[in-house]
Design a protein around this ligand. Structure first.
Ligand SMILES: Nc1nc2c(ncn2[C@@H]2O[C@H](COP(=O)(O)OP(=O)(O)OP(=O)(O)O)[C@@H](O)[C@H]2O)c(=O)[nH]1
Ligand SMILES: [Mg+2]
Length: 427
């Protein structure tokens, strides 16, 4: 085996080396919101331009694609591809993406998924690495991170399993790394990991306090920034040496998986809409059956007094109504039968689609992502209730929760129906 090609000295001068003749690499940066993807991108741009820490451009990214969330923090809006070169001419393409588990709701994450896949579809045919950026000081996977990681694995195909690594940020020394990797999903438990205290973030903080703090403290902070710079370069050397060993993969399966995901989503929504149609029709049927009884009684009453003036007319009207209602009832019943058959067929079809999706996807199941969303919403509901949130918000969360649970139940039903179909075919 040849020696690792990259060193801190070379990287500090903006030089990366690949032993297998790679001339370009493409990295997707993904993860939960606020973990440090955009800052990692900024670090890469500065390091590969061969800048010293003092020369760093702290915001070398598109500021129009960042939305302010506080004085010091921004949030990436859309997936955006950045392309730059190392000083020795290696092309680096980095897709910076918006983060999952956005506090603005699950609907946002759907838009983020779409934004990521659209950027890949439009600009990236092959990917060298998918780097999941996670906060390394989060000791356990809370339900938010759990949900974010499972959202990620739900859009990543198994074919990329060897191209994934995790960058743990906010970790100043390995001792500060309190993340328990066993809490990661099985698929990610053995992926390559890197630790980073991003000097970009550190330097930003340093400059923010530089005017106010006393000299002694500033000296200490400066030391910390310099230290983070040195260890960050080491982490990047490890990352480039790992990238050297990785075989790039086409992105076609990401797109295929997403299209399957969207098909299941839209078919599920169609079925749920059909189900509520059936329940409306059942109500209508029940009403018609009840009025049938009333009309029968009326007809009987007039039949008994046919000699009385107007009775014949009333009797004929009742018989006519009776016939009309019977026709209506059988029409509604036919509709119900037809929609019910359609639902059963589509349900087993969704089961088959979900099975195919599971085979392709790193998450190994379509339902698992829904379960995590249910959990996240339940926690959100509890905290909103505890905080005494307003009735409208609570109603909205409850409604989305109900909707998700119905969807989950439908998918579970679909899985059973698909299995039955297979055993029927086999038998
Ligand atoms: N101490 C420390 N702070 C960091 C590190 N990485 C990022 N930050 C800070 O964390 C905050 C969020 O960083 P971003 O790079 O914007 O995170 P992001 O993942 O791009 O977030 P979104 O685009 O909002 O989803 C910023 O204030 C950064 O300065 C790190 O390794 N250590
Ligand atoms: Mg960002």
């Amino acid at each position: 085996m040849s020696a690792p090609a990259n060193t801190v000295e070379l990287l500090a001068k903006g030089i990366v080396n690949f032993t297998r003749g790679k001339k370009s690499i493409t990295i997707l940066l993904v993860g939960e919101t606020g973990t440090g993807r955009t800052s990692l991108l900024a670090l890469l741009i500065n390091v590969l331009a061969g800048r010293s820490l003092a020369e760093y451009d702290l915001q070398p990214y598109d500021l129009k694609n960042e939305m302010g969330v506080s004085d010091t923090q921004t949030q990436t809006i859309h997936a955006k591809l950045y392309e730059f070169y190392s000083l020795n001419g290696v092309k680096i393409a980095v897709l910076d993406t918006p983060g999952f588990a956005d506090t603005r709701g699950l609907q946002r994450d759907k838009q983020h998924k779409d934004s990521i896949v659209t950027a890949i579809r439009d600009h990236i045919s092959e990917v060298t690495a998918v780097i999941i950026v996670a906060n390394g000081t989060t000791p356990r996977l809370g339900c938010t991170s759990d949900y974010a990681i499972s959202t990620l694995t739900s859009i990543l195909p198994r074919s990329l399993a060897n191209n994934i690594s995790i960058f743990f940020t906010h970790v100043s020394t390995p001792l500060a790394w309190s993340f328990d990797p066993d809490i990661l999903p099985v698929e990610l438990r053995h992926t390559k990991r890197f630790l980073l205290e991003n000097p970009i973030a550190m330097r930003k903080k340093y400059l923010a306090v530089a005017q106010q703090e006393d000299l002694e403290l500033l000296e200490e902070l400066e030391k910390a920034v310099n230290q983070s710079h040195r260890t960050a370069l080491k982490a990047l050397v490890n990352m480039f040496n790992w990238l050297d060993t990785v075989q790039p993969e086409p992105t076609a399966e990401i797109i295929l998986l997403y299209d399957q995901y969207m098909k299941i989503e839209s078919d599920t929504s169609t079925i749920l809409a059909r189900m509520s149609q059936v329940s409306e029709k059942r109500n209508k049927l029940q009403n018609s059956i009840s009025s049938l009884e009333a009309i029968r009684l009326t007809a009987k009453a007039y039949e008994n007094i046919l000699g009385v003036p107007e009775a014949q007319k009333r009797y004929d009207e009742a018989i006519w109504q009776l016939n009309m209602t019977e026709v209506q009832i059988s029409a509604i019943q036919r509709d119900i039968d037809q929609i019910t058959a359609e639902i059963a067929w589509s349900t087993s079809n969704i089961g088959t689609l979900a099975e195919r999706y599971s085979e392709l996807s790193l998450s190994g199941s379509f339902a698992v992502q829904l379960k995590k969303s249910v959990k996240l919403l339940e926690v959100h509901l509890q905290s909103t209730l505890a905080k005494g949130g307003d009735a409208e918000t609570i109603k909205q969360i409850q409604a989305s929760l109900e909707q998700l649970k119905t969807k989950l139940a439908l998918l579970e039903q679909a899985a059973v129906a698909a299995k039955q179909k297979i055993s029927n075919h086999a038998g």
